[in-house]
Design a binder for this molecule. Structure first.
Ligand code: ZN
Length: 191
């Protein structure tokens, strides 16, 4: 495993729509190494997820995992999930206001509306079909990562730019209110 550099906002790779991966590419040493590196780099950076364009590879692969995360201690847990060529289908028009950050957008957080319930269809790292439903705060994490594959950053979806804040001011000014909201979402959706 190799830790990769994380592309920062302004680099064109983050603004390029990523291409699908063929099964042969996925199963090749290159494809498996990319996935191992994404996981290692996500863990090293304490990310909740990481998409291949964030490590300068414009292909439709992302990884997600939420355990005890110091960046997001209030997030419900998500087991390690590798998504290849994912398709997300909202199962409701209902949204919640998520307070997001991104490893490619240093020291900025902001409020983004995310669907409360989604169907996730993808391949896993072995090319086996995945098909499951994700809800609540966890659904927000999936939407954030798959957005990267479509050249979209969370700041593009911030409805009110006045919600933007540094991580320090989030902790000082907004954390308490947001945790109350998270608890409400988790109580309703279980995640
Ligand atoms: Zn991101």
């Amino acid at each position: 495993m190799t830790l990769r550099k994380i592309a920062q906002i302004g680099h064109p790779v983050l603004r390029q729509v990523a291409r699908p991966l063929s099964r042969d590419e996925l199963l090749s040493p290159w494809g498996q190494q990319l996935i191992d590196d994404l996981i290692a780099t996500m863990h090293d950076a304490d990310g909740a997820g990481l998409a291949a364009p964030q490590v300068y590879e414009s292909v439709r692969v992302c990884v997600i995992e939420v355990g005890q995360n110091p960046r997001y201690p209030y997030k419900p847990k998500i087991p390690l999930t590798v998504l290849v060529n994912p398709v997300l289908t909202p199962l409701t028009t209902r949204t919640f206001s998520n307070f997001e950050g991104c490893l490619s957008v240093p020291n900025l957080r902001g409020r983004v509306d995310r669907f409360c319930e989604l169907q996730v269809q993808a391949w896993d790292r072995h090319g086996q079909a995945l098909d499951f439903v994700t809800r609540g705060i966890s659904a927000g994490t999936f939407q954030h990562e798959v957005d990267h594959l479509d050249a979209t950053l969370f700041i593009d979806r911030v409805r009110d730019p006045r919600s933007l804040c540094t991580w320090q001011e989030f902790e000082r000014q907004h954390r308490e209110q947001f945790i109350k909201e998270v608890q409400g979402v988790v109580a309703e959706f279980g995640s």
